[in-house]
Design a protein around this ligand. Structure first.
Ligand SMILES: *[C@@H]1O[C@H](CO)[C@@H](O)[C@H](O)[C@H]1NC(C)=O
Ligand SMILES: *[C@@H]1O[C@H](CO)[C@@H](O)[C@H](O)[C@H]1NC(C)=O
Ligand SMILES: *[C@@H]1O[C@H](CO)[C@@H](O)[C@H](O)[C@H]1NC(C)=O
Ligand SMILES: *[C@@H]1O[C@H](CO)[C@@H](O)[C@H](O)[C@H]1NC(C)=O
Ligand SMILES: *[C@@H]1O[C@H](CO)[C@@H](O)[C@H](O)[C@H]1NC(C)=O
Ligand SMILES: *[C@@H]1O[C@H](CO)[C@@H](O)[C@H](O)[C@H]1NC(C)=O
Ligand SMILES: CC(=O)N[C@H]1CO[C@H](CO)[C@@H](O)[C@@H]1O
Length: 791
């Protein structure tokens, strides 16, 4: 799982940095993260730095401490990353004060198709001049919300930090017109680098940092990326989704036109560039968290994560570690759930202190239809983005991939799927080729490139699963149809000796129904770490999201100016929507903990689509809490939740006890514990379900009628101090759910009340995962918690 890239780079960097002869052992050195828990009280960063250097110096053989340390963590938590041999890492693991030592992992950004897209960009090699020309193109836009009301002025004081691929500061989404001075508590900086200096930050984009460990070039050399400037587009997109200004007239070459606006348009932004094109090093992710905490951000948005097939322990996962210390300091952390769905147990970033975000569609679609010839003018509906120049009349021969099979290929199936190398170029030239495409196949872009180079004029891809996520094929006419629609195409082809067709230009369809639906790619629960916490937490828009982009992407043919916006999909896109919502809640309720903010978002989430029917997945099945947690985020409802399920750092430590950590390890992680802290003797995985979470998950219920009981407590945060809430339970047949008491009376002096939920099932008919909800209501607020119970 470890990509050896990082260690190689650092070795090379040191070699060129003039450290003299690189000893033989250095070739086997790797970057390890040495995590040392919370910063001890009243410890200045400079002292901590010296401590780290002395510690690493005590285990080094033939190296100078300063030359092996590549990152230091001194603000939000203590630790460092260093180039170590296996033996040195093992020696550090045994040192007092060290919580964990682990090889530096490489995580990936959570977009679905941008990597395909990036590869294509590299091949086409279109270079657009960047810098001042980009600046002059931008028309300043006044963020309407920033100065219009007093509450928005407060929102202007919240700061969202993003750990991502950098930012394009010239985008109108980051213009600072109308913003007041940078909040006085801000301690961050605007780091200079390649094509980026302090003039690129302003009162909107108030900070930018990068963590340079260098990149290996194709030729084997080392290139230092050295800039917060975004070369991938991802960080620019997520930043503008979280807090971009309202920019009128935004579109992707005319598609999806409208106003692009971030979730919290009045918030400030700070970019922590932790990713390069190769991925995101764990050592850099930790450095980003450490600085974001020290700089004073209110919310951290993280649209990246580990592979779902590698689920590191919390103490060896840079995101879990960084987020833990952020949350302990009152900073809300939202993370993408991952794009490894729809298989179960694929969710990542599932620590209980993180808000884990799934992705759903919005009510917008991009339609590009197939018009058939032969007097049959009816069109077959498809979807994609094309920039083609096909004639409006259906005059292009339409064939199946199978009928163009190359004589050297025996397998009809791979030809019907248009797999590379299976088609005869002579047979596809000038034609529209119908190809089957399911998820497991070669990527769409690879197929389409092959058809294009073979001289085809267009392609129709048959794809049931991925249809809801629009792909931009740019200058080659491609549309995607369902297998039901494809059956009509096959019928037509069989019905005539000269089948002809054309593909119509893409149009934007709004108020598309049903929406939202959970996207196929969105990673699903249960978490592989524990089934006793429900993950993901919520869903948010993550399909075909229009947001700011870098102007250096390749230009579709016929287009003269690069688009300042792009449409992309992934839980990467849904996460910053929730980060924006969290920043707005924080602005209205500055004293709320991250847990209270998450609770407000979860208990007010919605479960209905725009057909007023229960939300489904894009495959049409009913959505479950493992697909979308508490449901689709409802940012305005979340501002007035009525009750919240609150949590403090001790609760998370108790969780770690129940999870199996020893008290001595836990004591190192935190700095705020009384010295007598110990894990309860009855600590157990079952008690994890008792964490005061806004959802309930419970495994191993069994068949006994006595069942299992979990505890919860809610705090009244509504405007009315005197409030009476009653409970309503929605449970599946075969599962008994009792809530005691069933009424909660809050008064001026009683702000927090506990209750217990008992689940039992002696019904053998009730099998698998049973889900439902518990809802408290005072007639004005609806405070809903989903539950999942398995026998
Ligand atoms: C930043 O770079 C721009 C363009 O190169 C330059 O005009 C400006 O003076 C620089 N600002 C600072 C503070 O160095
Ligand atoms: C493969 O396709 C050819 C022509 O389309 C057809 O004659 C043949 O029967 C097919 N073979 C199989 C195994 O389906
Ligand atoms: C025309 O095409 C549609 C769908 O492609 C099909 O349902 C219909 O039967 C066709 N009509 C004729 C007359 O071929
Ligand atoms: C676990 O032990 C603590 C005391 O250490 C006690 O307060 C708590 O009720 C016990 N929980 C259970 C489920 O037995
Ligand atoms: C519950 O009952 C079912 C059906 O009789 C059985 O398969 C299952 O093993 C039982 N579960 C437990 C935990 O006893
Ligand atoms: C199942 O439990 C209910 C009470 O929850 C009880 O009335 C019923 O008799 C039980 N059935 C069996 C088969 O044990
Ligand atoms: C979105 C878009 O630009 N679609 C194009 C598809 O191709 C037609 C030409 O056939 C253009 O007119 C559309 O603009």
């Amino acid at each position: 799982m470890w990509v050896p890239l990082i260690c190689f780079v650092v070795v090379a960097l040191l070699a060129t940095a003039g450290t003299g002869v690189v000893d033989a052992a250095a070739g086997r050195r790797e970057v390890y993260v040495v995590y040392m828990g919370a910063v001890p009280p009243r410890t200045p960063p400079s002292f901590l730095q010296e401590t780290h250097l002395r510690l690493v110096g005590s285990v080094l053989k033939g190296q100078v401490a300063r030359n092996v340390v590549v990152q230091q963590y001194n603000h939000g938590f203590s630790g460092f990353a260093a180039r170590l041999s296996k033996e040195e890492a093992a020696a550090l693991r045994r040192k007092p004060g060290v919580v964990s030592v682990f090889p530096d992992p490489v995580y990936q950004l959570h977009t679905t198709r941008s990597w395909d897209f990036l590869q294509q960009q590299q091949q086409t090699d279109v270079v657009v001049k960047i810098g001042s020309s980009a600046k002059s193109r931008h028309s300043p836009n006044k963020p309407s919300a920033a100065s219009s009301s007093s509450s928005a002025t407060t929102a202007g004081d919240t700061i969202i930090g993003l750990l991502d691929s950098g930012i394009w500061p010239e985008s109108p989404s980051f213009d600072d017109a109308g913003f007041g001075p940078v909040p006085a508590r801000w301690k961050g900086t605007c780091m200079s680098g390649d094509d980026f200096n302090s003039s690129n930050c302003n009162k909107k984009l108030i900070g930018a940092r990068y963590y340079d460990v260098g990149e290996v070039t194709r030729g084997g050399g080392v290139r230092r990326s050295g800039s917060a400037r975004d070369q991938a587009g991802h960080g620019t997109h997520t930043s503008s989704t979280a807090a971009g200004n309202a920019v009128a007239g935004a579109s992707y070459y005319g598609l999806a036109s409208g106003t692009a606006k971030g979730g919290s348009a009045a918030s400030r932004l700070a970019m922590y560039r932790v990713c390069s094109e190769e991925g995101c090093a764990g050592s850099a992710i930790l450095a980003g968290f450490d600085d974001a905490i020290g700089d004073g951000v209110d919310v951290i948005s993280v649209s990246l994560g580990a592979s779902p097939y590698f689920s590191p322990d919390f103490s060896e996962d840079p995101i879990a570690i960084g987020a833990f210390h952020a949350v302990a300091k009152g900073v809300t952390v939202a993370c993408s759930a991952g794009n490894a769905g729809p298989g179960s147990s694929t969710v990542v970033n599932a620590a209980p202190w993180i808000m884990t975000v799934a992705a759903a569609t919005i009510d917008r679609d991009f339609e590009s239809d197939v018009v058939l010839g032969g007097g049959n003018s009816s069109a077959v509906k498809g979807g994609a983005i094309n920039f083609s120049n096909l004639d409006k009349s259906p005059k292009y021969p339409l064939i199946t991939g199978e009928s163009a099979k190359s004589s050297s290929v025996s397998d009809n199936k791979s030809a019907s799927h248009c797999e590379p190398g299976t088609l005869d170029a002579g047979k596809i030239k000038g034609k529209i080729v119908l190809c089957h495409h399911s998820q497991s196949d070669t990527s769409k872009m690879v197929k389409v490139d092959e058809l294009k180079s073979g001289g085809a004029v267009g392609s129709i891809l048959v794809n049931d699963v991925e249809r809801s996520v629009t792909t931009a094929y740019l200058d080659f006419p491609v549309t995607e149809v369902t297998s039901a629609a494809a059956a009509n195409l096959h019928k037509y082809i069989a019905s005539t000796s000269e089948p002809v067709a054309t593909i119509t230009p893409s149009i934007t369809v709004t108020e598309f129904k049903p929406a939202p639906v959970v996207a196929y790619f969105s990673s699903r629960g249960p978490s592989s770490q524990t089934g006793n916490i429900l993950k993901p937490d919520v869903a948010a828009p993550g399909v075909n999201i229009l947001a700011a982009w870098i102007p250096t992407s390749s230009l579709p043919s016929g287009q003269k100016q690069p688009s300042q916006f792009n449409l992309i999909s992934g839980t990467s896109m849904s996460c910053p929507h929730v980060a924006g919502a969290a920043a707005t809640i924080k602005a209205w309720n500055p004293t709320w903990s991250p847990a209270a903010i998450r609770s407000a978002i979860m208990t007010t989430a919605t479960q209905l689509n725009n057909d007023k029917a229960p939300m489904t997945t894009d495959a049409g099945s009913a959505a479950t809490p493992f697909d979308y947690g508490a449901g689709q985020v409802n940012p305005s409802g979340a501002l007035d939740p009525g009750l919240v399920y609150d949590l403090a750092e001790e609760d998370y430590l108790q969780f770690l006890c129940n999870y199996g950590y020893g008290a001595s390890q836990i004591k190192l992680i935190t700095s705020s514990l009384p010295s007598g802290f110990s894990c309860a003797a009855n600590a157990s995985k079952d008690l994890i379900s008792d964490l005061n979470y806004p959802s309930i998950a419970l495994t191993g219920l069994g068949n006994s009628s006595s069942g299992r009981t979990v505890s919860r407590a809610v705090t009244n945060v509504g405007a009315q101090e005197e409030a009476t809430y009653t409970v309503a339970v929605a449970a599946p047949t075969g599962l008994d759910v009792k809530v005691v008491p069933s009424e909660l009376q809050f008064t001026k002096s009683v702000k927090k009340l506990g209750f217990q939920v008992t689940f039992s099932s002696n019904s053998t008919a009730a099998k698998g995962t049973l889900s439902g909800s518990i809802t408290w209501s005072d007639g004005k607020h609806t405070v809903r918690s989903p539950f999942v119970v398995s026998k």
